[in-house]
Design a protein around this ligand. Structure first.
Ligand code: PLP
Length: 442
């Protein structure tokens, strides 16, 4: 659907009702397996010579529509869905490293991904190098070693909404013949398409804004068309496998069998198939329904973010600082202008100015904002990130990641902006009242 606009693709991409009994909505294919029909067809399907469905752990028509739709929205050549964003991230790292080597990243990533890098991957022979001053290209380049297999970043970081010079990082990665992987969860392809700015692989937690309704867990990996996997660094794409043999029983490599989308095929036929972190087709349908309204939701969420941002900037007695890259004093202001003309997402964080007891009061006094570890929901959310979404990080690591102890993260939903501001106002006012009382009695 390359010729159609974003809104058309988000509603129709990857689906033709004539291929599905004329069903207008994408059906849930609630089946574990698919009939082979003939022995000859079974041979063709299992070796990948013919595209088709065998077993839902490897592929399912409902998931297939989601994969095609997100690949189309992002401009990729293929996509694989997973049972969660973490499954998408870990499978991508495993597939790209082939089980050894180093990944270059930053402290500015989701706490779960950070702990995965630190606690699990080293046991599997994969190590991470983290750049502290992520705006310094020199620091990135210095950290690249002969074992480095990829650069991995978040387009809008969790929780501080920090941005990067993606095109410069892509150029750097390509100078060393390694792929540039971007977790685009917070931005979604509506606000930012990493592949258009040099990235090679995009990963998502579809649990967040892609789905947008907080009712499913899922993940996706999208493959771009331009990266060339070298034999020296990425032998996993050249290794011949019996499972993808041709019809004359000759073993083939992923690059031979699937030259246009080797990573998608490797992810699907090895990591999805054998680790088994498959997305349920029921949840794929929920995510597809969410994706149909992605642009409208994100537009409104950005509007609400801007309204709440302006309000917070005026509350200097309870708000020490606000972090969203559209404010002029934000170090990423120019990057936001360059890369995010339609808004830098619907997550902002601020520093709460007050005692721990007052912070508890704030979180427990809001009536509309939900206290949850999620983002991108239709409902607005509040969370004390250092303890919850980044609770895996030690105080020193939080400091390195520039996440101050007083950080409160907001994810703005679809409610009326006035109600959101009013909700924060009444919570702040309850803190102010207590302060006044304490002052009077002192
Ligand atoms: C940026 C980002 N990527 C990935 C994930 C993991 O996604 P999931 O919860 O779907 O496994 C999260 C989760 O919070 C996230 O914030």
């Amino acid at each position: 659907m390359a010729e159609y606009g974003f809104n058309t693709v988000q509603v129709r991409g990857g689906y033709a009702s004539e291929d599905h009994q004329e069903s207008v909505a994408v059906p849930v294919y609630a089946t574990a397996a698919f009939d082979f029909g003939s022995v000859e067809r079974a041979d063709r399907l299992t070796s990948g010579v013919e595209a088709g469905f065998v077993y839902t752990r490897i592929g399912n028509p409902t998931n297939d529509v989601l994969e095609r739709r997100i690949a189309a929205l992002d401009g990729g050549v293929g996509a694989v869905s997973f049972g969660s964003g973490m499954a998408a991230i870990s499978s991508t790292i495993l597939a790209v490293t082939g089980g050894s080597g180093r990944i270059l990243s930053t402290y500015q990533i989701y706490g779960g991904a950070f702990d995965l890098e630190r606690s699990i991957f080293p046991n599997l022979g994969i190590h991470f190098d983290l750049v502290s001053h992520e705006s310094s290209l020199e620091e990135w380049e210095k950290a690249i070693t002969p074992e480095t297999k990829a650069i991995y970043v978040e387009s809008i970081s969790n929780p501080s909404a920090k941005l990067l010079d993606y095109e410069a990082l892509a150029r750097l990665a390509h100078k060393y013949n390694i792929p540039f992987i971007v977790d685009n969860t917070f931005a979604t392809p509506y606000l930012f398409k990493p592949l258009d700015h040099g990235a090679d692989i995009v990963v998502y937690s579809a649990t967040k804004a892609l789905n947008g309704h907080g009712n499913a867990i899922g993940g996706l990996v999208v493959e771009g068309s331009t990266f060339r996997w070298s034999k020296e660094k990425f032998p996993q794409f050249y290794k011949k496998h019996w499972v993808i043999r041709d019809l004359k029983d000759r073993k083939r490599s992923f690059l031979e069998a699937f030259p246009d989308f080797p990573l998608t095929a490797l992810l699907r036929l090895s990591y999805l198939a054998y680790f088994g972190a498959v997305l349920s087709p029921y949840e794929a349908q929920l995510i597809l329904i969410g994706v149909e309204t992605l642009s409208e939701r994100v537009k409104k969420q950005v509007e609400n973010t801007r309204a709440v941002l302006s309000y917070l900037q005026e509350q200097s007695d309870v708000v020490a600082w606000v972090s969203y890259p559209e404010t002029q004093d934000n170090p990423d202001y120019d990057l936001a202008k360059q890369y995010f003309p339609n808004g830098a997402g619907s997550v902002l964080s601020f520093g709460f100015k007050g005692t721990w007891e007052e912070e508890v009061k704030l979180i427990e006094s809001v009536k509309i904002f939900g206290y949850q570890a999620n983002v991108g929901d239709a409902r607005s959310l509040i969370v004390n990130s250092p303890k919850i979404t980044h609770g895996e990080l030690t105080p020193e690591e939080l400091n390195e990641a520039d996440i101050a102890p007083e950080t409160i993260r907001l994810s703005l939903g679809l409610e009326d902006a006035e109600d959101l501001v009013e909700d924060l106002r009444q919570a702040f006012d309850s803190i102010r009242e207590e302060r006044e009382k304490a002052q009077k009695s002192a």
